[in-house]
Design a protein around this ligand. Structure first.
Ligand SMILES: NC(=O)c1ccc[n+]([C@@H]2O[C@H](COP(=O)([O-])OP(=O)(O)OC[C@H]3O[C@@H](n4cnc5c(N)ncnc54)[C@H](O)[C@@H]3O)[C@@H](O)[C@H]2O)c1
Length: 355
C-alpha cells in the first residue's frame, strides 16, 4: 500500500529504524486539524511491513475521529512497533522510539496500546515530553480502562433513553463479551444501576473473578450463546469485528454499546444493523473515555476533571442517535459526519489572523 493515493489522507508517515536495539517503528499522523495527534503505540509481530503500515494508517485515522468526537483539542495519530513485545522489548528499543517521538516536536503524542503498558511509557518518557499514559507515580493517568468503562456505561444509558425513554439499564439484561479490564468495571456500573448481567470470556481467570466478585452474573459458554440469548443490550468488550455477516442476523439485543474497537467487520454492517432495527452506539464514541483519561495528563492529570469529560459521552451519544434518526442514516454515519464537521470548523478558525 502506498500512501500517496486516493484512499489515504494522512498528513505524515514516519519510518523509524535503530538497528542496534532492533527498533522498527512507523508513526502515522492522520490529522492535526484539532491539535497535536494523540494515539497509542501498538507493539505487534506483524507478518510484513505492508501489514504494519496498513494497520497504523487505519488506526491513526480512527483516532482522529475518536478524538474529535471526544471533544478533545487533539488530532489523530498512532504508532506501531514491528516486533514481538515478549521477545524484542528492551530499554534501548523503547528509548530509541522515544527519541523519534521527540523528533516530531509535539506533532504526535504517544500512549499505551496492545503490547505496550504504563511501565513502558515511563521508559519512553525518559527521551520525550510527548507521552501520556504514564504511571500514577510519575503524574500519569494510569489504567485507562476505568474511564473507558465509565464512558461505555454513559453511552449505553443514552441509547437506552433514546430507545426506551429512560436513561437507565435498570431491569434490562445486558450481555458482556469479554470480562477483561473494561468488562469488569462495566459489570460494576451495570449492577449498581440495577441491570442483570450475562457474560462470557475465554479466560478461566476472568470467569473465576466473576463467580467470586459478582455471583449474580449469569455466565454462558461463548459469544454465540450470549448473542442468541434473551438480552436487551450487547456490549462487545473483547476483540474487533464482533458485528459481522454471521452475528448480525442472529442478534437478539436491541442496543449495541461496547468497548471493543472496530466492531463493524466491514463497511455496510451499520446498514444491516439499522435494517434489523438494532440501535448501534458507535464504538469510537462510547469507548473514548480511555483517551479522555490519558489526554487529561497533558494538562496535569486530574481524575475528577477527566471523569466529568468522560460523562459527556452520554450527551454526545444522544446527539448522534438523534441526528441519525432525523436524517434516516445509521448512527455510525452520523458520528463520522459530526467528527468531520468539528475537524473542519475548528481548523478553519486558524484562518483568522492573530496579530
Ligand atoms: N482499556 C481501554 O482503555 C480501552 C479503550 C478503548 C478501547 N478498548 C478496547 O476494548 C476491548 C477490551 O479492552 P480491555 O482493556 O478490557 O482488554 P483486555 O485484554 O483486558 O480484555 C479483553 C477480554 O476479552 C476476553 N476475550 C478474548 N477473546 C474472547 C472471545 N472470543 N470471547 C470472549 N472473551 C474473549 C479476554 O480473555 C479478556 O478477558 C479491546 O478491544 C480494546 O481494544 C479498550
Amino acid at each position: 500500500m502506498g500512501i500517496f493515493n486516493a484512499d489515504t489522507d494522512h498528513e505524515q508517515v514516519v519510518f523509524c529504524q535503530d538497528k542496534p536495539s532492533g527498533l522498527r517503528a512507523i508513526i502515522a499522523i492522520y490529522s492535526t486539524a484539532l491539535g497535536p495527534a494523540l494515539g497509542g503505540t501498538r507493539f505487534y509481530p506483524y507478518a510484513s511491513e505492508a501489514e504494519a503500515l496498513h494497520d497504523v494508517l487505519d488506526l491513526a485515522r480512527s483516532m482522529a475521529y475518536k478524538n474529535a468526537m471526544a471533544g478533545l483539542d487533539l488530532g489523530g495519530g498512532k504508532a506501531v512497533i514491528w516486533g514481538d513485545p515478549e521477545r524484542d522489548k528492551s530499554e534501548a528499543l523503547l528509548r530509541a522510539y522515544g527519541r523519534f517521538v521527540e523528533s516530531l516536536n509535539g506533532r504526535y503524542y504517544t500512549a499505551c496500546d496492545v503490547g505496550t503498558y504504563v511501565r513502558d511509557m515511563d521508559v519512553v518518557a525518559k527521551e520525550t515530553r510527548f507521552v501520556t499514559g504514564r504511571s500514577e507515580s510519575y503524574g500519569g493517568a494510569g489504567d485507562s480502562s476505568v474511564l473507558t468503562a465509565y464512558g461505555v456505561f454513559q453511552g449505553m444509558r443514552a441509547a437506552a433513553e433514546h430507545l426506551w425513554g429512560q436513561p437507565t439499564l435498570a431491569g434490562r439484561r445486558v450481555g458482556i463479551a469479554g470480562l477483561g479490564k473494561v468488562g469488569k468495571h462495566l459489570t460494576g456500573h451495570l449492577l449498581d444501576d440495577g441491570a442483570k448481567v450475562v457474560a462470557t470470556d475465554v479466560s478461566e481467570r476472568a470467569l473465576e473473578w466473576a463467580r467470586a466478585t459478582h455471583p449474580q452474573v449469569d455466565l454462558v459458554d461463548d459469544v454465540q450463546e450470549l448473542i442468541t440469548s434473551d438480552i436487551d443490550v450487547y456490549a462487545p468488550c473483547a476483540l474487533g469485528g464482533a458485528l459481522n455477516d454471521d452475528t448480525v442476523p442472529v442478534l437478539r439485543a436491541k442496543i449495541i454499546a461496547g468497548a471493543a474497537n472496530n466492531q463493524l467487520a466491514h463497511p455496510g454492517v451499520e446498514k444491516l444493523l439499522a435494517d434489523r432495527g438494532v440501535l448501534y452506539a458507535p464504538d469510537y464514541v462510547v469507548n473514548s473515555g480511555g483517551v479522555i483519561q490519558v489526554a487529561d495528563e497533558i494538562e496535569g492529570f486530574n481524575f475528577s476533571r477527566a471523569q466529568q469529560r468522560a460523562g459527556r459521552i452520554y450527551d454526545t451519544t444522544k446527539q448522534i442517535l438523534q441526528l441519525a434518526q432525523a436524517e434516516a442514516i445509521p448512527p455510525a454515519v452520523a458520528a463520522d459526519r459530526l467528527a468531520e464537521r468539528r475537524m473542519a470548523e475548528v481548523s478553519r478558525l486558524r484562518s483568522i489572523l492573530l496579530r
